[in-house]
Design a protein around this ligand. Structure first.
Ligand code: ADP
Length: 468
């Protein structure tokens, strides 16, 4: 139980954000402290070096003024004793390194033999922590032999300052840690609350409750972008659920009527004794209805495969003009039987890349409708022409037409303007939906417009093959 609680606490977003931001801040602060410490140490050393140089000048002046090393050094030593902050010692050496004078102020400084090349150096007593900064300088004066001055001071004062600096840092560290934890918690709490809010609303959303949306925060930031993205995802889910529900309702409605009709026909046939011919007629009637149902189920299956994008077009490059001529030959007897004036007015050779079987299905649906909805004596005219980069097919009839109000819905699933208008052959209301799916799968457009006088014209644009 305890370990669970611990895990969930440390896996919280605000806690993780706080820990990482505090860690980062502390690493930065540590880096800054180390840099400041080194810089301070360097500056203090520079300051000591400057003082050593100044003191050396004074010593040289004293020796020059007195024209004697010993007197000049004594005078300078008397002055040096008065220095309170830094305690100096010095010695003056001959050019061969022989000590001519050595002060006795601190008397502990381990002056080395002549350094020659080096101006400044740090001296350490073996086995002791004390450090000394020393300056060595060669002096050449008129009427006097060459001398070398070594002057040094203990770096104790610098050490005190640096120690105080470190003490202050140690005091400040827990305060900075506490403050950065507090600030981190405060800052990280906001995204946590936002995410919890999103999770709260999202958990309420189900297939039964897809109307709910996340509240969109006013600030134009990533959170707003995330909320809008989730909302638009719910929009799409709602639309898709709606379509599925509608589809299920439509299918059950459309299947129920023919199934009840089938059941009714059979019940009537079985209600009393009948002769063989009557039974035969009933069976033929039932078969017709079953065939209708099979066609509807096949069409629905095809549409659902188009919707799920599971239809793989069997693409080939072919002349759609030949397909149009063949299909017109096929429908001609049907049109003649209905005494229609059926003409292929124009048929260009246009090469397209498409699925020949699906294109045939598209053309036969359109021609079948044109013949079905045009009364005896009417006209059906077909044209295929190359229109810019498209193959343009037009199927024009002088039939019963489609009312202006029905045109926006004419390609919808199961939509029929008026069942009674279909005459003897009852349709499924799925043909035009399949036409639209086929055309769109080929990257084309299908449209319908009423003719000025009578009937309608269906126009299909399919992209022509650009390589031909
Ligand atoms: P079906 O023909 O099986 O009913 P379709 O999807 O092919 O289904 O057609 C849907 C509806 O569109 C038809 O029921 C009819 O009302 C209307 N329609 C289609 N083509 C024509 C046409 N050429 N003339 C008049 N109405 C048409």
């Amino acid at each position: 139980m305890f370990s669970n609680l611990k895990t969930s606490f440390f896996s919280r977003l605000d806690v993780r954000l706080t820990i990482s931001s505090t860690g980062l801040l502390l690493a930065l602060a540590l880096g800054l402290c180390i840099f400041s410490y080194m810089r301070l140490e360097h500056l203090l050393e520079k300051q000591v070096d400057r003082i050593l140089v100044d003191e050396t000048h004074e010593l040289v002046d004293d020796i020059a003024e007195n024209k004697s090393v010993i007197t000049g050094c004594q005078m300078f030593e008397t002055d040096l004793v008065r220095r309170k902050y830094y305690r100096f010692d010095f010695r003056v050496l001959s050019s061969t390194g022989e000590p001519l004078y050595q002060s006795k102020i601190a008397a502990k400084i381990p002056f080395p033999a002549l350094q020659h090349q080096r101006d400044f150096s740090t001296l350490r007593m073996p086995g002791k922590s004390a450090q000394y900064r020393m300056y060595e300088r060669k002096i050449a004066m008129d009427d006097m032999p060459d001398l070398t001055v070594q002057i040094a001071t203990e770096k104790r004062q610098d050490g005190h300052l640096l120690e105080r600096f470190c003490d202050n840092l140690q005091l400040a560290f827990p305060v900075v840690l506490l403050l950065s934890l507090l600030c981190g918690m405060l800052v990280a709490n906001k995204p946590r609350q936002i995410i919890k809010g999103i999770a709260r609303v999202a958990s309420r959303i189900s297939s039964q409750n897809l109307q709910e949306r996340l509240p969109v925060p006013p600030a134009r930031d990533e959170v707003q972008e995330l909320t809008l993205t989730i909302n638009s995802m719910i929009d799409r889910l709602e639309k898709s659920f709606g379509e599925t529900k509608q589809f299920t309702a439509d299918v059950s409605h459309e299947l129920r009527n023919p199934l009840f009709a089938l059941k009714g026909t059979m019940e009537v046939a079985l209600a009393e004794q009948r002769d063989v011919q009557e039974y035969r007629d009933t069976i033929v009637d039932c078969l017709e209805r079953i065939n209708f149902l099979i066609k509807m189920v096949n069409d629905l299956f095809l549409i659902s495969r188009f919707e799920m994008k599971k239809i793989n077009l069997d693409l080939s490059i072919f002349n759609i003009g030949e397909v149009v001529r063949d299909i017109c030959d096929f429908f001609l007897p049907m049109a003649q039987e209905k005494r229609l004036h059926f003409t292929l007015e124009r048929c260009d050779d246009v090469v397209i890349s498409g699925d020949k079987t699906r294109v045939l299905q598209l053309l036969s649906n359109l021609l079948d409708n044109a013949i079905k909805f045009t009364p005896e004596g009417g006209q059906v005219a077909i044209q295929l022409l190359q229109h810019e980069r498209d193959a343009q097919l037009r199927v024009c009839d002088t039939g019963i037409g489609i009312p202006e109000s029905a045109i926006p819905r004419i390609f919808n699933r199961f939509y029929q303007v008026d069942e009674a208008r279909s005459g003897t052959t009852r349709g499924t209301g799925l043909g035009l939906q399949i036409c639209k799916r086929i055309v769109e799968a080929h990257g084309g457009i299908i449209s319908v417009e009423p003719n000025v006088s009578r009937g309608v014209t269906f126009t299909v644009m399919l992209p022509a093959n650009p390589h031909v």
